[in-house]
Design a protein around this ligand. Structure first.
Ligand code: ADP
Ligand code: MG
Length: 585
């Protein structure tokens, strides 16, 4: 989100605007208070946000920022219902540039707690320190105290005794542990969404999270999760000119986790919860994750503000998108295309690392110069390793293991293991597919060359299969499979696609015919996969160094060298860092 950090006066929303604001309860539990206060800090352009929580949030929650502050004469208005400095007309709802806009959070919190607001506006820079900050306390929505005190510019909001006057709410509160867990999860999202801001969270007097605000998402993720190796995050950057931009990091499948909470999606800087979009991101992993496992994934989507409606739920985490179907497809595609090029890694990792609680103070300067993420900023592929395809072209084969795996060395001294069958399968599949697509697009006149079988094979199909197969005979011919009806439900197959594995294919005619008669839209792709799989060299074949090199070179030229067409890994990468770490060099 391109943040606009200039401050407008806080005003009461006109009735027609207030009526358009999606109604509902904002403050349901302690974590909702933290959320609203952190969003206010970010909207105020803070570079540093500190959060302190005691008694699971019921005793105390305090958020301190170094943002633009609130002038003394606007403090009380800030705590009234439907007062905001962020929008003023109905049209503003269609082009939101701030996280908040409802003008209800402070009022809702003040109504059910004791709330103290201490603020010094940035424009009072010249004033004497003591006179600079004003403080206002409300209990149950009524002003109980006003004072002045010294502080640097920015705002501190302290909320005590939450729900003291709403016993029904208190009764439903779960234990402090549950609530602080939610708060930690929430803070991780903001830390990732705003990598240019330093976040600090203290839970029950212990530092639970701290980021250095360098502006880099990968660094922030490493700080939050103690990730052992930087190559576990694969950068993504897709731009559809003038429409949208997708950026992010796709966690290697070695980072698979048992919960979905590490899939983070931001739309225009706002963390959003959307089952559909989450599913779309996970779909990009296809078969790459074990059942019941979920990825670590951070995606940031930049869309024209008018294509996004956030005014659908009071918590502002649900959105309506104008072109949802298109975005769903783009998200899946973005994840998939990265994983298809990224080798598997040998370690599987539990995170956050062993110490969930982060005690150490992070090194590094306090980078004041870096402003709140113009969120695209955080996604530079800084330290990212080169794409797998480029590396593969530089691999030097060393040996063959178990007559199945090629060991190869990269120029940087890392080791790659290559599954020879899957590599070959991928090469053949992409070859078949490009020919096939060429035929479909009328670009190449002839289809695949065919290899005549010495003895044609007769196959018997079920009735529905026979009908489908009959319709598909011309397409099969283009694929190099000469097939004709032989009366009733029988077919005669005369040829298979010509190529290296043609002899092997002859032994799999029945299986291929079954696929060719599949009642599925994807039958053609399945058939190409079947052909590739059955003609690819098998494990157990001895390869000389020259043959190993030929296969590596062919693999370097495909579009998805890291996974076979079934979605299983082709490459395993033992990085230099991995070796250094494991050998303790
Ligand atoms: P909203 O964020 O929807 O405008 P809130 O009730 O959260 O409504 O806040 C009301 C107003 O108080 C904001 O519009 C903003 O002008 C001011 N405000 C609240 N918190 C801060 C803060 N941390 N720093 C500066 N201004 C703030
Ligand atoms: Mg707000």
């Amino acid at each position: 989100m391109s943040m606009v950090h200039t401050r407008n006066p806080i005003l009461v929303l006109p009735a027609d605007v207030a009526e358009r604001i999606a109604a509902g309860e904002v403050i349901e539990r302690p974590v909702s208070v933290v959320k609203e206060l952190v969003e206010n800090a970010l909207d105020a352009g803070a570079h540093e946000v500190r959060v302190e929580v005691r008694g699971g949030g019921l005793r105390l929650m305090r958020v301190t920022d170094d943002g633009y502050g609130i002038p003394e004469d606007e403090l009380e208005r800030a705590c009234a219902r439907h007062t905001t400095s962020k929008i003023s007309t109905v049209e503003d709802l269609n082009s939101l540039h701030t996280l908040g806009f409802r003008g209800e959070a402070l009022a809702s919190i003040a109504a059910v707690s004791e709330l103290t607001l201490v603020s010094r506006p940035i424009e009072t820079e010249g004033l004497e320190e003591e006179a600079a900050a004003a403080s206002l306390t409300l209990r149950g929505g009524e002003v109980t105290q006003r004072s002045r005190r010294a502080r640097l510019h920015g705002t501190t909001v302290t909320v005590r005794d939450l729900f003291y006057n709403v016993p029904a709410r208190l009764k439903f509160m779960r234990g402090a542990r549950t609530e602080t867990g939610h708060i930690l999860q929430l803070m991780r999202r903001y830390a990732v969404g705003y990598p240019g801001v330093r976040f600090n969270l203290t839970l029950e007097e212990t530092t639970a999270l701290q980021t250095s605000g360098t502006g880099d998402v990968a660094t922030t993720l490493a700080e939050l999760y103690h990730l052992p190796l930087s190559e576990m995050l694969h950068p993504v950057a897709v731009e559809v000119a003038g429409q949208y931009r997708i950026q992010g990091y796709v966690g290697n499948r070695a980072l698979a986790q048992s919960s979905r909470q590490h899939i983070m999606l931001f739309i225009n800087g706002r963390w959003v919860q959307s089952r559909v979009l989450q599913d779309a991101l996970e779909a990009g992993y296809r078969g790459l994750l074990p059942k019941g496992k979920h990825p670590l994934l951070v995606f940031s989507l930049q869309l024209p503000t008018e294509d996004v409606d956030v005014n659908v739920h009071p918590a502002k985490t649900e959105v309506k998108l104008l072109h949802e179907a298109e975005i769903v497809a783009a998200l899946t595609q973005a994840v998939q295309s990265v994983l298809e090029r990224s080798p598997a890694l040998p370690t599987s990792t539990d995170f956050p690392g062993p110490e969930l609680v982060y005690q150490r103070r992070l090194p590094g300067p306090h980078r004041r110069g870096l402003h709140v993420a113009e969120s695209a900023e955080g996604y530079k592929a800084e330290k990212a390793p080169p794409a797998a395809a480029e590396v593969i072209a530089t691999l030097r084969p060393l040996a063959q293991l178990q007559q199945a795996v090629i060991l190869a060395e990269a120029p940087d001294g890392s080791l790659y293991l290559i599954d020879q069958h899957r590599a070959h399968e991928r090469v053949i599949y992409e070859h078949l597919r490009s020919k096939h697509i060429g035929v479909l697009a009328d670009e190449s006149e002839e289809g695949m060359d065919s290899h005549l079988l010495l003895e044609p094979v007769i196959i018997e199909m079920k009735r529905y299969q026979a009908e489908l197969l009959e319709q598909r005979l011309p397409m099969l011919r283009d694929l190099g499979l000469e097939c004709e009806r032989f009366g009733g439900r029988s077919f005669l197959i005369r040829s298979v696609p010509a190529g290296e594995g043609q002899e092997q294919l002859a032994g799999h005619i029945h299986e291929l015919a079954e696929i060719a008669a599949e009642d599925s839209e994807d039958w053609e792709d399945h058939l190409l996969i079947g052909l590739a799989c059955r003609s690819a060299m098998r494990r157990g074949r001895v390869l000389g160094i020259a043959e190993q090199q030929t296969l590596i070179t062919a693999l370097a030229n495909v579009s998805a060298p890291a996974v076979c067409p079934h979605g299983s890994p082709i490459l395993l990468h033992y990085s230099r860092n991995f070796l250094i770490e494991k050998f303790d060099w």
